[in-house]
Design a protein around this ligand. Structure first.
Ligand code: ADP
Length: 468
């Protein structure tokens, strides 16, 4: 029903558009033709009158009288379509002697230009009285209008045939173009409907690449669909990753609970409880990290920004992690520029540096080193964590920032694959960025770039209080 309506509406737009420019074309053609005809008739009438007057006036000099007798040897009685007649003062025809058969009115009127009709014939007549050559004489010029009338009539006929022809041509051509354009709109609507009903976001609207308005619309909608598809895919992957990540600890908790309920020995119960606590802690950590990121993405999280001595903060974190590093037989080194200040959320920055350091320790080799440096570079603060660990293969290097991605599941252990996405998220939140370079088997360097606060110097208040 809806489809029928849309087809009805479509054809009605086609018909309306075609009707509109057909009428417009007709009006333009009719006005144009009328104007052209009247202009042409006026121009040719003026030209004919001018020719007649000029020919009659020019005849004066050709007229000779010998002993009061007309000598018409030099007179040209037919010139430029004008027939010349000479009359004496009494109005009797002197020349030409052969009656031309023109029976126009005989009243001679000096310098009087007029149109004379006889039956369907029309003439332009001009009389001139001259005494320049002896006795006076009348010169009459006659210009037949039948020829120009015929031309005008032919032109009218031509226009009469051309106007409907061109109007029809415009209507048919316009209808065809509109039909083609709407056919593409129809195809687009059909694909859009198929996408909606079939939930198949991989389909694209037809785009012939012609660059016209419809092609531009198709292109814009296809880009939108591409973005939508990417976003849906991301969301789908994210949901499946989250469920997958939560399934393992939840299953462990359930089985440990079952075991604890059935076993008698207190030591076994304690072990089960420890395991449950570890898994619950993991779930809690995943949920809190995800919540934080989602709240920030939705604009509902406001970090508590304040000027911080980033060098001193890093130094403190290194001190706190020394025990963990030692347990893994890894040496921690730290050389920060203590004077550098960034505007940041202390808790988030601690989490960011801690994540980098724990990875550098976890993916290191026994006897390896982790080196943390904090420097300034072109008005920005560079936090670098370099390790001598297993490194990351080039294939994995591009994916380590994805949520839940783990390049080395065996080593990752309790890791959730959220550590590095969190690092990047915190860096971005502070107007900074992250980068990683790695040489498999030799080690990796993770660099966080943060904007320095103000002139990058430590305010007096912070300088005096280094305890955090
Ligand atoms: P995880 O919790 O698994 O450590 P992360 O997001 O912190 O998750 O890291 C993602 C993956 O990147 C890890 O599984 C690991 O394979 C790799 N990775 C991160 N840091 C390092 C590092 N310093 N050296 C080698 N591999 C690393």
């Amino acid at each position: 029903m809806r489809r029928e309506n849309s087809i009805k509406k479509k054809s009605s737009i086609k018909a309306r558009v075609t009707l509109w420019y057909t009428i417009l074309m007709l009006v333009i053609l009719v006005i144009g033709a009328a104007y052209l005809l009247s202009l042409n008739s006026n121009i040719s009438r003026t030209a004919q009158q001018q020719t007649l007057v000029d020919t009659v006036t020019a005849t004066i000099k050709d007229i000779r009288f010998t002993y009061s007798e007309l000598d018409d040897a030099g007179v040209d009685f037919y010139r430029d379509g004008v027939s010349i007649f000479l009359y004496d003062t009494k109005g009797r025809l002197l020349a030409p002697k052969i009656n031309s058969g023109l029976k126009v009115d005989s009243v001679l009127t000096d310098r009087y230009l007029r149109t004379v009709s006889q039956g369907s014939e029309k003439w332009l007549v001009y009389d001139l009285y001259s005494e320049s050559a002896g006795p006076g004489c009348w010169i009459r010029g006659i210009f037949p209008l039948s020829h120009s009338q015929e031309t005008l009539r032919r032109m009218q006929l031509l226009i009469l045939a051309a106007v409907p022809f061109f109007t029809l041509l415009a209507a048919v051509g316009g209808y065809y173009i509109t039909k083609r354009a709407f056919a593409r709109v129809g195809a687009m609507a059909k694909t859009a409907e198929a996408i909606t009903s079939g939930q198949d976001l991989s389909r694209r609207l037809p785009d012939d690449g012609s660059g016209d308005e419809l092609s531009m619309l198709g292109h814009a909608m296809n880009s939108m669909l591409e973005r939508l598809q990417a976003s849906f895919d991301r969301e789908r992957r994210f949901t499946s990753d989250v469920s997958h990540e939560l399934r393992t600890p939840t299953a462990v908790i359930l089985s440990q609970c079952e075991y604890a309920l059935t076993c008698k020995a207190t030591a076994d119960k304690d072990e089960s409880l420890q395991s449950i606590r570890r898994q619950a802690g993991r779930i809690s950590s995943i949920v809190s990290q995800l919540l934080l990121m989602i709240r920030a993405e939705n604009g509902k999280f406001c970090p508590a920004m304040e000027p911080l001595s980033i060098g001193e903060l890093c130094e403190m974190i290194v001190m706190e992690m020394e025990e963990t590093a030692r347990a893994q037989d890894v040496r921690l080194e730290c050389s920060p520029d203590r004077s550098l200040v960034v505007n940041g959320d202390e808790t988030l920055l601690i989490r960011m540096v801690t994540n980098l350091l724990s990875n550098a320790i976890r993916y290191n080799r026994p006897g390896g080193t982790v080196r943390l440096t904090v420097d300034a570079d072109h008005g920005r603060c560079l936090i670098r964590v370099a390790d001598t660990g297993i490194g990351i293969s080039p294939d994995n290097l591009g994916r380590i920032w994805e949520r839940f991605y783990r390049a080395d599941s065996a080593r990752s252990g309790d890791g959730s694959g959220l550590g590095l996405p969190m690092v990047r998220f915190i860096a971005n939140l502070h107007g900074g960025d992250v980068d990683a370079e790695s040489h498999p088997g030799k080690g990796s360097i993770f660099t966080v770039t943060l904007p320095l606060a103000g002139n990058g110097e430590l305010p007096q208040k912070i300088r005096n209080d280094s305890s955090f």
